[in-house]
Design a binder for this molecule. Structure first.
Ligand SMILES: [Zn+2]
Length: 78
């Protein structure tokens, strides 16, 4: 393990330490990343859901009709 200099008080602190033992300055601010990443996934899901809800009913009807046409051709092919 290595030693880094605390940006707050200049004291040498282990990189394993979450905060400076002398002044309490946080040395690993990325510890909150997992929660941010999960909220990012939910945010993307909300955007996709919102995009679908915001899509006009006509566009949704066209998509539904396209699916029906594709299904029709798939069933009548053989
Ligand atoms: Zn410090």
């Amino acid at each position: 393990m290595a030693l880094i200099r605390c940006p707050e008080c200049g004291r040498e602190v282990s990189t394993q330490a979450a905060a400076c033992p002398a002044c309490g300055h946080p040395l690993q601010p990325q510890c909150g990343q997992p929660a941010w990443r999960s909220s990012h996934v939910w945010g993307r899901l909300a955007i996709v859901l919102g995009a679908w809800l915001v899509t006009p009913w006509l566009a949704r009807l066209i998509v539904a009709l396209a699916v029906c046409v594709v299904a029709y051709f798939l069933f009548t092919k053989g």
